[in-house]
Design a protein around this ligand. Structure first.
Ligand code: NAP
Length: 411
């Protein structure tokens, strides 16, 4: 077996993944250690089932959150960010947001400091998971949410502050815009370059995965120069990047009688509120969705709830330099150390990570075995309370059940 070594990135953005890549992990706070143990066990077993001794992940622990604070006095040490940059791919459990410690959110800090501009959330139904939808199996989407700007840029001033007063005065005197004196003010920057790189990533995903469409979700009927511009720049990015592989919805109707030409990905846009209706009523018409930050935050959780898997929704934050795969739920502190919660989100994020490495066989084994474990009815408390006739198992036992299912899913 080859010696463990680092993943590297080619100039065109593709990865070189050695057979024994060193991958940093952040265990996470609260229930993080429990779900990390189960997730690591499942990922290691899937890699072994797919590739035998040829491939193995060499895990390297790095620190953020409470564990980092205990060890270094810092919540997010620079060494941790450097390690993610150096090793290109990392995975993390949930982190506590330190209240009143001058940090808005560790997760937001990690995304912004590493310029992880695309928050990628696949939403797919797992059979037997309780869902509020009549046909959850029709939902198969990937949301690409812009991660660095919009109202999340953190540019805001409290009502009554000197800064807010200054801005209100400036707006009145130089722009003839009247804002109430007692207003808090936030800014919503949406830029051309950041929009285009996000949409480019969504289109590349659609091309590589044979998806039928990319939908630009926006509220441009009201916020014309931010959300509206997001849509315009999104079309522009698709035209520039894949002129031969993409076609706008308008062109499909104007030039092709409403029938998409063979092999083309349709680029369409939808107003945000309308899209929320459509993903409930006609989910099969949507495949990849690219959206500014705030819309994406709402939509990702709403879609995850539609497939019943809020506690099992995987996610990743991806930039040009590096990527961090993560559990999308919080630390669930009341269950910390009880070996109780569902490790599914981190496990499925691990499967996403394997796809990202090009280890698709291992990724499929993880997804199929997790689905088989749920179908077998041995599930953690959150699912057990919703699935009649199921048996509640601990977090670690659910992990072991997934590993046990690997033999059957491999045939
Ligand atoms: P939370 O930790 O997500 O927990 C809320 C509830 O969701 C839990 O009480 C539990 O519901 C359910 N839940 C969460 N994870 C689960 C799992 N793995 N399995 C089963 N059920 C699960 O949200 P929170 O209480 O608002 O936040 C707690 C801390 O996490 C805060 O410090 C917050 O800032 C942080 N946070 C971190 C991240 C992140 O790192 N990505 C994300 C969100 C929040 P029941 O009580 O009904 O069983």
């Amino acid at each position: 077996m080859e010696k463990q070594s680092k993943i590297t990135r080619n100039s065109n953005g593709t990865l070189n993944t050695p057979d024994q890549p060193e991958i940093p992990f952040i265990e996470g706070d609260g229930t993080g250690p429990d779900i990390w143990k189960a997730a690591k066990m499942v990922m290691d077993a899937a890699v072994s089932a797919a590739y035998g001794d040829r491939r193995k992940i060499a895990w390297r622990e790095i620190y953020a959150g409470e564990k980092a604070f205990e060890k270094t006095g810092e919540w997010l040490p620079e060494a941790t960010l450097d390690a993610v940059r150096e090793y290109v791919v990392a995975i993390k459990g949930p982190l506590t947001t330190p209240v009143g410690k001058g940090i808005r959110s560790l997760n937001v800090s990690i995304r912004q400091k590493l310029d992880l501009y695309a928050c990628v959330r696949p939403v797919r139904y797992i059979e037997a998971v309780p869902s509020p939808m009549k046909h959850p199996e029709k939902i198969n989407m990937v949301v690409f949410r812009e991660n660095t700007e919009d109202v999340y840029a953190g540019i805001e001033w409290r009502a009554g502050s000197g800064e807010a007063a200054k801005l209100i005065k400036f707006l009145k005197e130089t722009m003839n815009v009247v804002v109430p004196d007692d207003a808090g003010i936030g800014l919503k920057p949406i830029s051309k370059a950041n929009t285009k790189r996000l949409v480019a990533r969504a289109v590349v995903h659609a091309v590589q995965n044979g998806c039928s469409s990319v939908t630009l979700m926006h509220k441009g009927n009201i916020m014309k120069f931010t959300e509206g511009a997001f849509s315009e720049w999104g079309y522009e990015a698709a035209r520039e990047l894949f002129p031969d592989k993409t076609i706008s919805e308008a062109e499909v109707y104007e030039k092709h009688g409403g029938v998409t030409p063979e092999g083309k990905i349709v680029i369409k846009d939808r107003i945000a509120d309308m899209l929320f209706q459509q993903v409930l009523l006609r989910p099969e018409e949507y495949s990849v969705i690219a959206t500014p930050n705030l819309n994406g935050d709402y939509l990702s959780d709403a879609l995850a709830a539609q497939v019943g898997g809020l506690g099992m929704a995987p996610g990743a934050n991806i930039g040009d330099e590096c990527a961090v795969f993560e559990a999308t739920h919080g630390t669930a502190p009341k269950y910390a150390g009880m070996d109780k919660v569902n490790p599914g989100s981190l496990i499925l994020s691990g499967a996403m990570m394997m796809d990202y490495l090009g280890w698709n066989e291992a990724a499929e084994i993880v997804r199929d075995s997790l689905a088989a474990a749920v179908k077998a009815g041995k599930v953690t408390y959150d699912l057990a309370r919703q699935i009649a006739g199921s048996t509640e198992v601990k977090c670690s036992e659910f992990g072991r059940e997934i590993v046990n299912q690997m033999k059957s899913v491999r045939g």
